[in-house]
Design a protein around this ligand. Structure first.
Ligand SMILES: [Mn+2]
Length: 187
């Protein structure tokens, strides 16, 4: 797909408005930068409009449900986009980081739509890129921002990579994440 379709334009606006008061952890830059990056990473592996839209909106239900609900998502973009975003929404009822992470991985490996796995792959690849960017600026203090340690993050990204390869096979994004995971082990 070479142009921004009307639905994709609408999703960009919705994402920018829904996340308007939301910044990236640590760097403080507007959250929309993450959503654009996820969309662009996704475009290296798919031109499916619903998947690109779900990529733009993947954090709405988890992070800004007060601005954009599941009902809005389905009314504006349809049941498939809603299902993809739901596949990527962590279970907030689990208090511990490790339990939430294991539940997410289990869902991704055994239940999530294959296209949701692609979105997760783009999401985690950009999150890990951001970790390296921030590490260059503030070094080891970076880990103080997370609810998880460096070792837990090393485990988390390695697991995401393993599950993604198992679900979708190797592609440009799994190769990119694999390389970043190797670098993370040395950080
Ligand atoms: Mn995200």
């Amino acid at each position: 797909m070479s142009i921004l379709t009307p639905r994709l334009r609408r999703a960009i606006t919705v994402a920018a408005v829904a996340h308007r008061d939301h910044v990236r952890k640590g760097s403080g830059i507007p959250y929309i930068t993450h959503l654009f990056s996820v969309m662009h990473l996704l475009r290296s592996v798919t031109d499916d409009e619903d998947v690109l839209i779900a990529g733009l909106l993947h954090d709405t239900l988890e992070d800004v449900p007060e601005h954009y609900s599941a009902g809005h998502l389905e009314a504006d973009f349809g049941a498939r986009v809603l299902r993809l975003v739901r596949d990527l929404t962590k279970d907030d009822s689990l208090p511990r980081w490790r339990d939430r992470s294991e539940a997410y991985l289990n869902h991704l490996e055994h239940h999530a739509d294959r296209d949701a796995v692609l979105i997760s792959l783009a999401d985690k690849t950009h999150n890990l890129m951001s970790i390296f960017d921030d590490h260059e600026v503030i070094g080891e203090r970076l880990w103080e921002r997370f609810n998880s340690t460096r070792e837990e993050n090393q485990w988390w990204y390695a697991q995401i990579h393993r599950v993604a390869v198992a679900r979708v096979g190797r592609n440009q994004l799994t190769d990119e994440l694999g390389e970043l995971v190797r670098r993370l082990q040395l950080l």
